[in-house]
Write a protein that binds this ligand. Structure first.
Ligand code: GLN
Length: 540
């Protein structure tokens, strides 16, 4: 039977619970203990797929086609295992299941209640994940902060799990904040004490405290926290701010966190070899080169909306020994300016990421046009491929009205059109083309060379697609169909041969990039940007 680590958060949100959890996963995997990870989200949405990226951040898509919390992205990047639908539980899913059961009569004669019905459903799902995956340890992160009304059923469920399984098989880790008060010149432990008290009120005594802090905790403070919060001194971990999230597991290891977890759960483990992550961090901190890449979107006010893209650039930068300065360009600014030329001047690469809705679309198309004409490397993802096809159709193929039927349902040139299987779909949740698909690459294309493979598997999340009605015309004018989903004959990648680097794909490559193993398309895009910056320097 697998063992369970439950991670809760206190004091404030946004302490990086996802990264802390993922880092523990990384350390355990590194020491030969197999791990899977679970995010429990207390909101009532069935999944985050219907939420705005500005509210909730990116929707992370798994290979099995689930739309999940962005923390699953951190988990996959740190433990380097593919996760799926079962790795993200929401209150919405739990209630959906229970209400369906109730209607079916499964509880006939009974009153359906939060305890035990909701808590049982939560426990069953956690146990099922453990058994189905057959790992040594399940790390379950409970979303929200202790004290929230919404997360109570999850906390009650994990409290019961300790009772059911005992202390050798369950571990409670609580992440808190130890703020530095400038005027007093001191780190303060009171918020942590209160947070642990709130947790104890509902019956959970944490075994390990991870204290987010901007300064070193020191032994005195650790002793104080240990005494007031009823944990061992060695189990008070200094979770200091670091410049890169990939340094987090290295610092945790320095503070012997993995050792404590292994001892408390009585796990068999090998020794740690963190050299691969050390190299990644070293390359992120001390790169030789630097390039400026514009990310042209409309959700730029919340950086979490493009989390996996930022991470993929970090990985690709590390592999190219290059610092990537991301310039977040609001495409509506480009629309207001009437041209992309000035705003994109001096960029070494231009990326148009995925997106939904008409707002800002002409700004994005203008970015593509600028990149195509100026020879600045271009990378389009999902909607960024739609924009590339539209721009090419309009300005190279003479189809002035070319558009996507997502934005112009009556256009005379629907170069991007609804996928046939999407006709008649009315429900919004979980109904897009989702998850992993195989894509056959054209021999001799840029992407074929980048991947060094004939067929690749990438993840999707969209309803519209490059229309085959226009494929011949665009191909004849130089837009190469470099990747095709053979089963349905859908073009998944387009390229322009004459351009230094112009690649746009229908899928989301960012989801599969890893530290130490950057995604080939990001890696090659950055390499092209680097080349562009070098030739720009020579011209000066
Ligand atoms: N809105 C487009 C579609 O649904 C693109 C989606 C995306 O960029 N993820 O097809």
């Amino acid at each position: 039977m697998p063992k369970f680590i439950f991670i809760t958060g206190g004091v404030v949100s946004a302490l990086g619970k996802g990264i802390a959890s993922a880092s523990i996963g990384y350390l355990l995997e590194n020491r030969g203990i197999s791990v899977t990870m679970l995010k429990c989200d207390p909101y009532l949405n069935v999944d985050p797929g219907t939420m705005s990226p500005i509210q909730h951040g990116e929707v992370f898509v798994t290979d099995d086609g689930a739309e999940t919390d962005l923390d699953l992205g951190h988990y996959e990047r740190f433990i380097d295992r593919e996760l799926g639908e079962a790795n993200n539980i929401t209150t919405g899913q739990i209630y959906d299941t229970i209400i369906k059961k109730e209607r079916r009569g499964d509880y006939l004669g009974g009153t359906v209640q939060v305890v035990p019905h909701v808590t049982n459903e939560i426990k069953e799902r956690i146990l099922k994940l453990a058994l189905d995956t057959g790992v040594d340890v399940v790390i379950a992160e409970i979303g929200g902060t202790v004290g929230d009304i919404e997360s109570l059923p999850f906390l009650e469920a994990i409290r019961q799990m300790r009772l059911d399984l005992g202390t050798d098989d369950t571990l409670f880790i609580h992440l808190t904040l130890v703020p530095y008060i400038k005027t007093a010149g001191e780190l303060k432990t009171k918020p942590t004490q209160h947070s642990v008290r709130a947790l104890r009120d509902i019956g959970i005594q944490p075994d390990i405290l991870m204290c987010r802090t901007e300064r070193e905790l020191g032994l005195e403070l650790k002793r104080k926290i240990a005494l007031f919060c009823n944990v061992e001194i060695a189990a008070v971990i200094d979770a200091r701010d670091v410049r890169s999230i990939y340094e987090v597991p290295l610092r945790f290891h320095e503070d012997a966190l993995d050792g404590i977890v292994i001892t408390k759960l009585k796990l068999k483990a090998g020794s740690a070899d963190l050299s691969a992550m050390e190299t990644v961090v070293e390359r992120i901190y001390n790169p030789r080169e630097s390039v400026r890449i514009a990310v042209c979107g409309k959700y730029i006010n919340l950086k979490d909306a493009y989390k996996s893209i930022s991470e993929a650039f970090l990985h690709a930068g590390a592999e190219n020994d290059t610092r990537i300065e991301l310039a977040w360009v609001d495409v509506e600014d480009i629309e207001r300016a009437g041209s992309a030329d000035e705003i994109l001047d001096g960029m070494h690469g231009i990326l148009v990421p995925g997106g939904f809705g008409e707002r800002g679309i002409e700004g994005k198309i203008a970015c593509v046009g600028y990149a195509r004409r100026s020879g600045v490397p271009y990378f389009g993802i999902c909607l960024g491929m739609h924009c590339a096809v539209i721009e090419y159709a309009r300005n190279v193929c003479g189809l002035a009205e070319a558009h996507s039927t997502e934005f112009a349902p009556d256009t005379s040139a629907p170069v991007i059109d609804l996928l046939p299987e999407q006709e008649g779909v009315v429900n919004k949740g979980g109904t897009m083309r989702l998850g992993g698909c195989d894509c056959r690459l054209l021999t001799g294309s840029r992407v074929h060379e980048a991947y060094a493979a004939d067929t690749v598997r990438e993840r999707h999340r969209h309803r519209y697609e490059y229309s085959n009605e226009y494929r011949k015309l665009l191909e004849s004018k130089g837009l190469i169909s470099a990747g095709v989903y053979m089963k349905k004959d859908l073009v998944e990648i387009v390229e322009i041969a004459e351009h230094p680097w112009f690649v746009a794909c229908q899928f989301h490559p960012e989801f599969k990039s890893r530290p130490g193993r950057a995604h080939p398309l990001f890696r090659e895009f950055v390499r092209a940007a680097l080349k562009h910056s070098e030739s720009a320097k020579e011209e000066e």
